[in-house]
Every structure is written in C-alpha cells, then in structure tokens.
Design a binder for this molecule. Structure first.
Ligand code: ATP
Length: 784
C-alpha cells in the first residue's frame, strides 16, 4: 500500500499520507554522505489515477501517492522524515527537480518578498501579483474586512475598495502560470469526471476580466476567472457578490443557468483568501470548515464541488480544500475529510449522518462562516427536510469547543472578526409567488401559519436563523423566469402520435443536442429504444439506473466528441441544476407537471447567455393545462398576456408526418417486441426462481395461458405484451430489414420528375448535399 499526499503536509500528523499535490521539488542531497532520509516534499510522488466516479474520489482532488517508503517519526518536535524501504535503492524515492523548477530556482524568485534561501519549488514560483498589487490588495482586504464586520444599513452594490482593487488587477490577465503542470493536470482529472463539456486544455490564455473590476475581487480569483474565460460577471453574480462580500444574508433568485454557483462561490473563496492571508500559514489545515453548501442531490453536489474546484484550480495559490460529502463512501473517511476541509459540499442526509456520528464535528461546523442552501425548494421536495432541520438545529446549538489546539487561532479570530454569526445564502431559480411577495416585503409573514406549514419554504427560511433580521432578497429577473436566449414552442398532435411528432421534430433539427423529458421511467426506456432503432444516437437517464450508468449517459451525451445530434431521454431527475454545455433543444414529450418543473427542465438549455429551444409536445387534452402552466411562468412578463403567450405554435409539414409514419410503425413494433420479450424473460426468471424456492414445478406455458384469460385490470395490456413478445426471431429480423431499408433512403417530400423538370428543385444544391440531409426536396424550416 503506498503513501498518499495532498497539498499541505503537517509534520505532526501521522496521517500525512494524504495531502494535496504541489509539494516542493526535491533537492535532496544525493552524495555519498547522504543518510537516505528525505522530507515529504522531496519524495517522488506519483499522481493517483482518478476513479470512474467522482464519489470514489474521496472528496479531495489531486492526490498523490508513493510506494516503498518508511515513515520515520521524529524525536521531539522535528519533522517526519522518510526513507526507502530496505532492499530498495535509496534514491528511488527521491524526486528529480523538473527543468522548469530548476530554472526558477536559479532565477531566484520574484521580488524582495521572496527569500532567496528558500530551498526550491512551486511555492517559490507561484505567481504573485505585482508588488504594488499585492500590498494594495492587503490594504483593500483590511478595509473590506472592516466593512464586513457590520452589515451595511444602506444597500451599496459596490464594495468600498473598488478603486484600489482596480489598480491591483491586470486588465488583460495573462497569468504567468508557474504551476502549469499541476493546474492543467488537476483540471484534466476533474473534467474527465465532469458533466460539463471539456474545455480546450491546451489553450492557457486568459481573457480580459476588467468587467469584474467593480466587484473588487482579489487578483488570484481574477486570474482564475480569466483562465476560465469568464470575461464578465453574470447579472446574478453582479448583484449578489457585493451584497455577500458586504456581509449580508442573501436569498437569491435567478433563472436557470445564470451562474448562481459562482455568485456564492466567489465570495466564499474571497473570504478563504482573506483569512488564509491573515493566518500567514497556508499549509496548516484549517481549524474548522469555513462554508457548508447543501444541495438536494448527489449529482448537483458533485457539480457544485467541481465548479468551485475549477475556480480554485485556475486561481493561483488558492488551494481551498473542498470536501464532497455524499453517499457511497465510508463514514470515517468522510468525517476526516469534513474536519480538514475549507469548504464542505454535501447532501443533507449524508452531512447529518457524518455530523451526528462524529466526535466534535458539530462544534467545528458551528463555526462555519457561510451556510449555503442551493436549489432550496427542491431540498424540500426531495424529502430532505428532517435532516436539514437537524443540521440547522445542531449548528445553532451552543456546544463547547473541544479543540484546545485551535484556541490560539480562535482568540485571534474572535478579536478580528466581531461578526461571528454565519452568513446564510439561499439560492434557487424558482420560489413560489407568495413567498416572493413576502421576501420582497410586499406581504406580511404570519408566524402562526408558517409554523403550521412545516416542510414549506417559509418554514425553512424561518428556521435558517439569518444574521440580519431580514435577508437581502435579490431577484435578478422578477418578470422573466426563463433564460433570455430561450425560445419556447408547442407542437400539437394526437395523443397516440407523440412518437411520430417527436421523430419529426428531431429530423427537422439535425445536429441539435437534444434533451427529451418524459414523466415516467418506462417511457424513458421505451423512447430510448425506439429512437435507437431509428438509428438516432439516444441515451437514457432515470433514477432506477445505477449511479455509474447515469454518469456514463450524461458524460457520453455531453462529451465534445459526442455526436452533435446526441439525444438524452430523461425523467425529471435531469431537470434541475445539471449543467451540460451545448444543449440546443429541450423537448417535453410529456407535459411538465408543474410550472416550476417547466422552468427547470427548459433551463437545461440557453444557459450562460447561450440560445436554446424548448418545445412541448402536447396532446389535445393537455392543451389547457399547458397553457395554464405557461401563463403562470410568464405571469409577470409584460410581453405575455393570457391570449398571447410566448409559446410559438409549430406546424410540422403534413408530408413529413405521412412519409415517416411507416418508419415509426416499424420502429414501434420492434421496440415493443423487444421490451415485451425482456419483460417475459424477467418474469419467467422470477417465476422460475420462486417456484424453485417453493419446491414446485413451473410450467411457463401453462402459466401464460392462465394469465391471458384474465379479464380484470391490465388484461388488455397483458394481451398486447403477449402478442408483441410472440413475434418470432425471423419476423423481427424481417421488420428490422424493412426499417433499415426505409432509413437508408432520404424522405422524399415532393421531388418527382415533374418537379425536377419544372425547376421546383435546386438540383445543384441537392447534389452539393445542402439542406437537411434527411429529406429529399425542399422543407420549409420551422423558423424556430
Ligand atoms: N461569469 C460567467 N461567464 C460565463 N460563464 C459563466 C459565468 N459564470 C458561470 N458561468 C457558466 O454558466 C453555467 C451555468 O452556471 P451555474 O451552473 O452556476 O448556473 P445556475 O444558475 O446554478 O443554474 P441552475 O439553476 O440550472 O442550477 C456554467 O457552465 C458556468 O461555467
């Protein structure tokens, strides 16, 4: 078993087997008198391969490990040392400095501040802001701190230190990245596991980030933002970051994909940098976590950790430890991770499990500076309320601090930070209308009914114990809940022809990455198979799939190398928070059940200022409820009236519908037969196993006969299933061949000899392969 390390070694800790990467380059003397002892930073660490699932990454990213070393404990207070295990060459455990490190070593540092006797390594070469920037920024931080101590009475959107900061920050931040290997490699590891599309790793150039100047951020984070190519803050970031930096509690509402994660992530990291700067010891593990971010689902928690982690990785010298606390790992491990993290991201169930069983963890967590509740309304619908209430109760309980070693730091903190109360930040894209009115101060809170309405958002907010009497309610888009670049459409069709219209829509929009929502798992299964049999690159996502299969589907769908026409068929498990870049179109195969679901589903496209489309396929008996739902979503939109909603009615060309019907009929028969066969075989296996357990004989034919005779509920379905499953292999092969033949031809929508000779068809264009490759003839686009 090898040793593992992370970024910060702590000599006294025997568990220093793990630390974040980025230790000093080795310069161990390798002459004959050398006794073979090396320090932690001189070891030849190897990067640990990242596991398939983020959950298996144990919460900390970028670990390194080493084999064949012995840990030599110090006498007294000395540093732990290492030496090669007996039988191994002494030098085998020593790292050779890279050419780059040697170069920097010779160069001798950046400025007066750098001590020349520093041994070696990345700490020496970590990019520092220009000297004046560094000193000004310290001043700024001090002044900002003063402001933070007391939430301002007046709502100032810009921090006071704006001007000073402005000078400190390079306009065109082209960071002299002195940790290129570490950063890009860590980034690669993370992005491999990410839901988001991979970015071009080779391109290290930053963008101009002067648009962020007004927010007065540190040079470190500006460099990170520059590298991530976030040239301007989004509206929610512009409004929330100053309020949070000023120490206010914030309830933030902003449309999907508008950048809410960094709206709270950036102030948290600013606080981290400020506190770390003061402690003058970046290597010491934190006495307690600084922020707790609660998220309703594992996927979202992973995404949040990754998004904030990306910013820390890209920001020089910002090695905040992020612990991901979700199911799937040993409690003891997560207790350790949580205790040593700067930022804890987790689901309420798991966080509570860890806190309630760990010794002293509650006392540590009581000292967090930020509590973030993301996708707050879903936290309730996911049934996390009980654990959430327990966590809040525990955080607010008075407990003794049983960490004597932290006392010194505590006193220091206490002296400097008079506002010990934590800041609470609540974010979502949807809050119901009554609550919005109350938060905006337009209607009153009535204590009586709130306490009766347990598990409501009102109750949750009351429980949160804000530091201020009233949190700042920042509603970035009070009139428009939908993203600006989103176009909404509706396709009306007979209830039994939704497959046909879905297929038409997909053919109308080639090279569109499409997310199709259904209301049931069985519909996801059926539609995925149906589309696959039509040779479309469809993938499934629903909650009954194993976690690994879910992640695989999302990654295959979102990978930049994926087919640009990729289709993900999903239940509402994918409706919230999932940040997949480049989804062009969301199709609601089943109408969403609530207005919020419509907002969140549609919010998977048109993210971060991009354009996107959302189309509801609507049966006649759904039209009224869909119109009501759209009216609710657009209630405050001045351009929408009950008669004129921003829902474009999309007319699918009848010729298309009639020409593709044979394809759909064949594909449906093949799919139904496959599903019925799978089901029969699963039932059969189950019956056989049950019969075996009971010690009776099982005759499947006899059983089938008795099943088919039933006239009660489900009798018709059983008959259909039986019929579908009774198609022979030969018949099925025949159907497949027929479908394959149809799919090999383009859909002819009006090209005949008569048209060709009458000049109705641009033959040249046809030969050039222009237009929609699925069709032969001219197809009027949907203009949508
Ligand atoms: N300032 C910025 N400039 C450009 N892109 C940004 C900026 N801030 C965030 N993004 C990108 O925008 C996307 C959406 O961000 P995020 O996931 O935080 O949105 P959200 O508001 O939380 O959405 P949802 O409500 O759906 O969870 C992400 O891919 C993120 O990388």
């Amino acid at each position: 078993m090898g040793q593992k390390r992370g970024n910060d070694s702590k000599p006294q800790a025997v568990e220093l087997k793990k630390r974040k990467k980025g230790g000093k380059a080795a310069k161990a003397s390798q002459d004959d008198s050398w006794d073979g002892m090396v320090s932690i930073d001189e070891l030849n660490w190897k990067e640990v391969a990242m596991p398939d699932r983020m959950a298996d990454a144990e919460g900390f990213f970028g670990l390194e490990e080493i084999d064949d070393v012995e840990v030599i404990r110090p006498q007294g207070n000395g540093e732990i040392q290492f030496k090669a295990k007996s039988g191994k060459p002494k030098k085998s455990i020593v790292r050779t400095p890279t050419a780059e490190e040697t170069k920097f070593e010779e160069w001798g540092g950046f400025s007066d501040g750098e001590s020349t006797d520093k041994p070696t390594g990345l700490t020496t070469v970590t990019p520092e802001p220009a000297p004046e920037a560094a000193s000004e920024s310290k001043e700024d931080k001090k002044s900002k701190k003063k402001e933070t101590k007391e939430p301002k009475k007046k709502d100032t959107k810009e921090p006071k230190n704006k001007d000073a900061k402005k000078d400190a920050v390079p306009k065109e931040t082209k960071p002299k990245d002195t940790k290129p290997k570490q950063n890009s490699k860590q980034k690669a590891n993370l992005t491999e596991l990410s839901f988001a599309a991979l970015e071009d790793d080779d391109d290290e150039d930053g963008v101009d980030v002067s648009a962020w100047d007004a927010l007065g951020l540190s040079p470190e984070l500006l460099t990170g933002l520059s590298k991530m190519k976030f040239a301007t803050p989004t509206t929610v970031q512009k409004s929330c970051i100053p309020a949070i930096l000023d120490g206010h509690d914030v309830v933030g509402k902003a449309s999907t994909g508008s950048g809410k994660t960094l709206a709270f992530g950036i102030p948290i990291l600013e606080h981290f940098l400020e506190k770390r700067g003061k402690s003058n010891n970046s290597k010491k593990p934190p006495a307690h976590p600084m922020a707790l971010i609660l998220s309703p689902t594992r996927e979202l928690a992973h995404q949040l950790a990754k998004h904030i982690g990306d910013l820390t990785t890209n920001s020089p010298d910002t090695n905040a430890r992020i612990a991901l606390v979700t199911g799937g790992l040993s409690i003891q491990k997560q207790q350790r991770q949580l205790a040593n993290a700067d930022i804890v991201v987790g689901t309420p169930g798991r966080v509570w499990e860890i806190l309630s069983t760990g010794t002293g963890l509650i006392a540590k967590m009581q000292r967090i500076r930020f509590l973030v509740v993301d996708e707050a309304d879903r936290l309730l619908s996911e049934g996390h309320f009980k654990e959430f209430e327990e966590i809040i109760g525990a955080l607010d309980r008075k407990e003794h601090n049983d960490f004597p070693e932290d006392e010194e730091e505590d006193e220091e903190e206490e002296k400097e930070d008079e506002t010990k109360a934590r800041q609470t930040l609540v974010f979502s894209a949807t809050f119901h209308r009554d609550l919005q009115q109350k938060l905006a101060g337009k209607s009153r809170w009535t204590a009586g009914d709130i306490m009766d309405k347990k598990e409501s958002m009102e109750y949750l907010l009351k429980k949160l114990n804000f530091r201020e009497e009233k949190p700042r309610f920042i509603d970035v888009n009070p009139v428009q809940q939908m993203a600006q670049g989103l176009k909404e459409g509706i396709v009306e069709c007979p209830a039994m022809e939704k497959d046909l219209y879905l297929y038409s829509l997909l053919l109308y929009h080639p090279k569109h990455r499409t997310l199709v929502f259904t209301n049931s798992i069985s519909a996801v299964r059926r539609l995925t198979q149906l589309l696959q049999s039509l040779q479309l690159p469809a993938l499934a996502l629903h909650s009954s799939m194993a976690q690994k299969a879910r992640l695989r589907s999302v990654e295959r769908f979102s990978s930049p190398t994926a087919d640009p026409s990729s289709i993900l068929v999903a239940t509402d498990v994918a409706a919230r928070g999932l940040d997949i870049k480049g989804i062009d179109c969301v199709v609601h195969y089943h109408a969403p059940r609530t207005a919020d679901a419509y907002v969140h589903r549609s919010g998977r496209t048109a993210r971060a200022g991009a354009a996107g489309k959302s189309v509801i396929i609507c049966a006649p008996d759904e039209v009224v409820s869909v119109a009501r739902l759209a009216a609710k979503v657009h209630a405050k939109n001045p351009n929408a009236t009950a008669k004129k909603l921003p829902l474009e009615s999309l007319e699918i060309d009848r010729r298309v519908v009639s020409r593709i019907r044979p394809r759909i009929n064949l594909a449906k028969r093949i799919t139904e037969s496959n599903i019925a066969k799978e089901k029969v075989s699963a039932d059969d296996n189950w019956m056989r196993a049950a019969a075996e357990d009971l010690g009776v004989e099982y005759d499947s034919e006899e059983f089938d006969e008795s099943k088919g005779k039933g006239r009660g509920r489900g009798g018709g379905r059983l008959q259909r299933e039986k019929q579908a499953s009774s198609i022979t292999k030969g018949e099925l092969a025949g159907l497949r061949a027929e479908l394959k033949n149809l799919l090999s031809q383009r859909i002819n929508i009006g090209v005949s000899e008569r048209y060709l000779t009458a000049g109705r068809v641009d033959i040249e264009a046809l030969l050039r392969g222009e237009g929609n490759a699925s069709f032969l003839g001219h197809l009027d686009p949907l203009n949508f």
